[in-house]
Design a protein around this ligand. Sequence first.
Ligand SMILES: [Ca+2]
Ligand SMILES: [Ca+2]
Length: 578
Amino acid sequence: MIPLLLIILFIIFLLYMLRKRAHVEEYIIEGVNLSWRNKSGVEDIVQKWTLVVKDTQGNEIHRTENSDLINRKNDTDVTLNVFTDKTFGDNIIGNNTIDIYYNDGSGDKLINTQILRFEKDEFNEDLSGFEFRDLDISAWENAQNKDCEGIYSKVKKDKSTPGVEKFGCGPSDDPNKHNCQFWEYKHTQKQLGTGKPCPRNEGHVIKVQWPKKANTDRVGLQFVDDPDPNTDSKVADTPQHYKSLFDQQQAAVDAQEKENARIAKEAADQAAAEALGGVIPNQTKLGDDGWCGHGGVVIHQVDGDVSTAKGCKRICSDIYQVWTRDKSYGKWDSNSANSIVEECTDAKLDIIWEKDGDGKRKLRSGLKASKDYVPIQNQPVGGFKWYYYTGSYFKEPSSFNNKEPSAEGTGVTDFSNINKATGGYLQVNGKDNYAVRWQGRFVPKKSGTHTFWTESDDMSYLYVGNEKIVDNGGLHGMEEENGTVYMTKGRKYLIEIFFSEKGGGDNIIVSFKEPNGTKTTNFGGYMVNDTKICSSEMFDGRRNNGVTDYKHCMECAHKWEPGTHKRSINCENIWFDD
Ligand SMILES: [Ca+2]
Ligand SMILES: [Ca+2]
């Protein structure tokens, strides 16, 4: 096999000039010229041609080399002398061979072996008996059958495949493209092509390309019935037709596999995230002291005071390492990190920080790390409901009894002024003789003492449960009062705020501060939906808690005076069932 050789021995001539030395068994060959058309060139640089003549016994009896520049160009006729006045013994009689090599005479450079037969009676002593003889070209061609690349045996099934082969060995308009037809027929083993494209050098060689066997196996297809390249119009028109076909099929398989992998990864991520409840377990905010304050970290498993919690109670992790408040730390998969992972199981560190294919840690898809992150799923999205009463100044909470509101709204979380606290319904210093009542369910994020403020003009009161926390009663300008209450993290507390204005300026600001927190008028994230405040949700199944209908609920909501709610109708279960 000569994979790189693209020599096309198109036409060859042998010109003999022979005579016999008289009375002696010596035969003189005065000249043998060998010519061929060097059609397509050689990928390897041709430095020279080497011709080796062997006798019938296979013994080398002559060798010659030729490195004429004219004989080394592509698309030229090579012409050289094999012999010049060479005398042989009678071993020249019979079937000799000429091996034609390019460059050195090694086996893989052999491109042709031609039989060179001499009969005794071809030699005579009469110079007039010189004989010129041409080689039979068809015999020459039959002797070739050298594979252009040596790997397409499956295309031409045997030496006797009929017809003119039409492989694309040149541009479609190349009249000589069929010259690349000397396929190796000796291959008995079926073998698909490698799909390697032919070089487009001066010969414009474009061979028929076949898909790689690996490709056909992968897409589950085989050439059970080989297309006959002699008659298959697809082969004739598009040398890459069958390769392209398989390439497309393989691309489709590749795309599907990629998509399947993506879907599987997404499902795995989702399952892992769901196993975590969709959030990083116990992730919390940066503490006041700033410990673990760099970007991309997860701080979790706080229990107790953030400034003193240690061990598994406060863990900091990022893509590189994991450590605890008491300085125990280590890079991922080190002994120190492993012991934290094993010990602090509630943090689920190994799940959160997924190890990817490269062995590196990364935050599992769907989770979000932030030093100030509070899982959205855990954030209450409710607000205060408000009721507006017009026409009178309400001196105290009991003044709200048996009054019908003339307007109402819900979803208030911003208590920075009365305009914000009524969803834009009222203006600061906008009216006289009116009252507003807010009800909402507050969920502390921390356990401990909470402080509440009202700053109002005129009176205001703030109740938590049935306990009056802030008493800011009376007629006055903007005055602020506060009170404190112990609250337990996660519990729901009814907060009611009573406000009324008689004359002059009017406004109210309500603030709170959680343990170790800062004073704020923003209740966002602390209020659950007003399911306990009259809505259709209250009358579905067991959670009506004795409240029989909307009218009953409204009566409770608007006739109930905190602390003195034992009335003819039972309103207790609306507010204090949990
Ligand atoms: Ca006013
Ligand atoms: Ca006033």
